[in-house]
Design a protein around this ligand. Structure first.
Ligand code: HXC
Length: 258
């Protein structure tokens, strides 16, 4: 499908989705989010794709929800229409891993979109923030919830109440991002990480994503039991036999997603 606000390239089992509204710092409007959801659903359904990388430009991953699009909306319109709700739910339904490769601004809905991904690799220029408070509103896609779980209450309150930006170094120190890389290497490093994931068994990949995400939804005891049972269930796969045989035979495993 032809997109106008994003680009999609599939190579070596990785779908690279690039947000592409350069005139608006990749602000999230209905069209961009609609196209993003379509691209993610296509990647989910495409057997050639085993991992997804979501990125923006050097200047901006995304500077938030489109303020021009939202400014005149009434409470009833955003509430009854559940502004951005269905798109967020659709993104969370994707079962293949999504890596956010963030350079420049990831603000408001942009920071929240990055946090909806499975992990964030940031360039040295990345700036994260929840500046909605400056607009007389507040975070609406996870900035008060996911961010708090990722970086703790004190820093989350600081970010959400002052609207200040966090640089890449602080974001890594705080646990928001998994690694920081030079700006010129961001795409390469994210694609390399995605390539590494793509080599694994798809069954294990999806099980890991489900289990880690479950840790945010349940008690430790239930989460540990869920993890152990999923671990046990992977012994029903041919890939478990292959992975363990390959180790003992000192060769690379050839996973077949079975
Ligand atoms: C619409 C935006 C935009 C946004 C930037 N632009 N962010 N348009 N929505 N969120 C547009 C500007 O209007 C401008 O277009 C162009 O992009 C370049 O931006 P500048 O401001 O000229 O660039 P700069 O001075 O470098 O500043 C960059 C910036 C600033 C720091 C990122 O643009 C900024 O503060 N943006 C808003 C960030 C924000 O408040 N995000 C939260 C949004 S609310 P023109 O045509 O004027 O040249 C949100 C809610 C999520 O995300 C929850 C939903 C449920």
């Amino acid at each position: 499908m032809a997109f106008e606000t994003i680009t999609v390239e599939v190579e070596d089992h990785v779908a690279l989705i690039t947000l592409n509204r350069p005139d608006a710092m990749n602000a999230l409007n209905d069209q961009l989010l609609g196209e993003l959801v379509t691209a993610l659903e296509e990647a989910q359904g495409n057997d050639k794709v085993r991992c997804i990388v979501l990125t923006g430009s050097e200047k901006a991953f995304a500077a938030g929800a489109d303020i021009k699009m939202m400014s005149d909306k009434s409470f009833v319109e955003v509430f009854a229409g559940d502004l951005f709700g269905p798109e967020a739910d659709a993104i969370m339904r994707v079962r293949k891993p999504i890596i956010a490769a963030v350079s420049g601004y990831a603000l408001g809905g942009g920071c929240e979109l990055a946090m909806m991904c499975d992990f964030i690799i940031a360039s040295e220029s990345a700036k994260f923030g929840q500046p909605e408070i400056n607009l007389g509103v507040m975070a609406g896609l996870g900035g008060s919830q996911r961010l708090t779980r990722f970086i703790g209450k004190s820093k989350s309150m600081d970010m959400n109440l002052t609207g200040r930006f966090m640089d890449a170094e602080e974001a890594e120190r705080s646990g928001l991002v998994s690694r920081v890389v030079p700006i010129k290497k961001l795409r390469e490093e994210a694609l390399a990480a995605a390539g590494k994931i793509a080599e694994k068994s798809m069954v294990s990949i999806m099980a890991v994503k489900e289990a880690v995400n479950r840790s945010y939804e349940t008690t430790l005891r239930e989460g540990l039991l869920f993890e152990r049972r999923v671990f046990h269930s992977l012994f029903a796969t041919e890939d478990q036999k292959e992975g363990m045989s390959a180790f003992m035979e000192k060769r690379e495993a050839q996973f077949r997603d079975k």
